[in-house]
Design a protein around this ligand. Structure first.
Ligand code: HEC
Ligand code: HEC
Ligand code: HEC
Ligand code: HEC
Length: 256
């Protein structure tokens, strides 16, 4: 009898840990909460529950990415998607130095997710590594890590979040959209610029491009993903900027 009760309690707990808490509109509690949230947990006293610190820092950050708190990958090892029907050209270095490089600094598996440049509460520039900031596996974790239970090298190494350095099977990024649209205006929707914001305006919503003018703005990981909001895609997550019902996300850019 007692055994049956414990078993039932275990099922309830398992159901609770797979609840929709991870489909949050905020970092906290979602897959990008690397503090004490749901994905990869950090309990270091210097981190103290901060969620932004794994990506941004208020001082001493990288100016080319938004106040970025991580080293950027070099892109040297990236194998890039290319095809005979493409107008755009991307290079590994171009991907690494752009907004997509920000994502790849964790998702290509070459830089540990817990290595940041500055941590509030520690002297500037000393940085910190998994050696001093302990990680343990959270309940909703989908990735595997080369040292997933804590320690010095939390490199993403497998599972659905892992992209790796072979990008030949991934949608191209760091492509100047306007060049493609000018070459094939019948198949690509036009770019819009309002103030500093450059985007494609589809029936289902807007998707951003990244650059200083329509002439240089590129498609990046963040054109399709919003790394702050895991709820825009309904309850299936994936940090997508919109649901892809009827391929509406694809058709925001591709007129097919
Ligand atoms: C997993 C990495 C990651 C985390 C964690 C993260 N950000 Fe970001 N953030 C990015 C990236 C990448 C960009 C640039 C791409 C874009 O515009 O989405 C960005 C852009 C921004 C911008 C400028 C563009 C915009 O969307 O307004 C602000 C402001 C910002 N982040 C604030 C925050 C704050 C505050 C937190 C913590 C609550 C946070 N971010 C946590 C990755 C992250
Ligand atoms: C933000 C705009 C944008 C979105 C959204 C988008 N694409 Fe693309 N896509 C592009 C651009 C730009 C290229 C590069 C085309 C070129 O260089 O000729 C491209 C390339 C491609 C290619 C390769 C084309 C070739 O000639 O080899 C395929 C296939 C593709 N996209 C499919 C998709 C699918 C499927 C989706 C939805 C999941 C999607 N795209 C969403 C802009 C976008
Ligand atoms: C600081 C490291 C870090 C950065 C930077 C980062 N991510 Fe992640 N991301 C993670 C981790 C860790 C996970 C998965 C945790 C797990 O479940 O194992 C994840 C999960 C995801 C997922 C899967 C969400 C799901 O529903 O399972 C997507 C999609 C994603 N990231 C996209 C991005 C994009 C796009 C960027 C750049 C705009 C980015 N990430 C930047 C660490 C990062
Ligand atoms: C053209 C739009 C587009 C671009 C650009 C794009 N993605 Fe995605 N991504 C998607 C869609 C749609 C999905 C969900 C379908 C799937 O899993 O293939 C997805 C899935 C993912 C997942 C798996 C999420 C999960 O829940 O398993 C990760 C991680 C991810 N993307 C990261 C990235 C990174 C990093 C980049 C930049 C190198 C990037 N994406 C560029 C559209 C895009």
């Amino acid at each position: 009898m007692k055994k049956t009760f414990l078993f039932a309690a275990a099922i309830v707990l398992a159901a609770a840990s797979t609840s929709n808490a991870q489909f949050t509109a905020t970092i906290a509690g979602g897959p990008h909460d690397l503090s004490n949230g749901s994905a990869v947990r950090n309990s270091d006293a210097a981190i103290n529950g901060q969620t932004c610190v794994f990506c941004h820092v208020p001082h001493g950050g990288s100016p080319s990415l938004p106040l970025w708190n991580r080293a950027n990958p070099t892109g040297a090892a990236y194998q890039v998607y290319a095809s005979s029907s493409m107008t755009g050209v991307a290079t590994g270095a171009g991907i690494a130095s752009g907004i997509s490089g920000a994502c790849m600094s964790c998702h290509d598996g070459t830089i540990a997710v817990d290595v940041v440049t500055n941590v509030n509460g520690l002297p500037f520039g000393t940085g910190t590594t998994g050696g001093t900031v302990a990680f343990t596996a959270g309940p909703n974790r989908k990735g595997t890590y080369s040292n997933g239970t804590g320690g010095s090298a939390n490199l993403m190494s497998g599972g659905s979040p892992f992209i790796g350095s072979d990008l030949r099977n991934d949608h191209p990024v760091a492509i100047v959209y306007q060049t493609v649209q000018t070459a094939d205006p019948g198949h690509y929707l036009p770019v819009t610029q309002v103030g500093a914001k450059i985007y494609i305006n589809g029936a289902a919503g807007q998707l951003p491009l990244y650059g200083t003018s329509t002439a240089n703005a590129t498609v990046e990981c963040s054109s399709c993903h919003d790394s702050h909001n895991n709820s825009l895609n309904g309850t299936s997550g994936g940090f997508l900027r919109m649901a892809n019902t009827g391929s509406q996300m694809c058709k925001t850019c591709h007129n097919k």
